[in-house]
Design a binder for this molecule. Sequence first.
Ligand code: UD2
Length: 297
Amino acid sequence: FRTKEWNMVIPDMSSYNQPRILVGRTDVVSVTPWLAPIVWEGTFDPVLTDNIYKPMNLTIATTVFAVGKYVSFLKDFLETAEKHFMINFRVRYYVFTDRPNEVPSVNLSGGRHLTVISIPGSNRWQEISAQRMKIIHNTIETQIHKEADYIFCLDVDSKFHFRWGAESLGRLVSVIHPGYYDTTRNNFPYERRPASKAFMSMDQGDYYYGGAVIGGLVEDVYKLTKECHKEFEEDAKNSIEAAWQEESHLNRYLYYNKPSKVLSPEYLWQDFKARTREVKVIRFSGVIKNYAAIRPN
Ligand code: UD2
């Protein structure tokens, strides 16, 4: 793995706002009980954070699956990513699809590349979603570990609307699901059957994390995808499929392996959901989709 040493070099910039101890967001919690930042608008200086990471010459891998009719989401995903996602950083998109001929050609800015990787289709959407862990793991092993420092694995049926920059980088990064951030843990849609490897009891759990965004150092996401896929396969041997497929295994993994940075629901909203007061900006959101029309079954 390409290891980048964390190097807090004072960036080459003339000035930035003084950080204050008593002035800042007071309406949201911006640190977890294990002292990982929870990233909200107003908790970071975007120019400062980008400038700290830029001299490190990083490459950010971004995986996205577009299987079957989901290929139709790629154009908006990529076009909006080119406007808002990791601007002025090197980005390598890895598009996994069974319809390589239908991948749209989108103009990429300098330093940004796109690789199309053919994968088989499937008749079950649950399987497509769940196989992502295995495929990401394999591709990190064969290719991505040589080509990138950090990785984000994102849902394709989504769009970027606002800056998503270096403030999101960390060793292991997850996002709080927009549907459950004001809910007690017993109401989280964790897998509740003890027979499943994704099992979480009613008194376990920190947050409910969305499966649409997984990130971190390539090495850490390699471990995560390996473990989640292994657990998924164990379940399959016992004819169990967790309530929310890989998202359920992800949630259990992150309970035992705490993320070092947590992204607020600004980084994963849903278009059908009205913006709430604490969400000052929506950076990335899932589009409204007609499940019956786009899923294979
Ligand atoms: C939720 C999660 C998703 C995943 C899923 C559980 C959020 C916002 N979304 O979304 O990440 O955990 O539940 O399985 O947290 N795909 C295809 N072709 C298909 C079906 C899926 O390419 O026919 C890919 C595509 O990249 C899509 C992803 O799998 O974005 C997730 O599938 P989904 O968006 O249909 O799942 P959804 O909306 O229930």
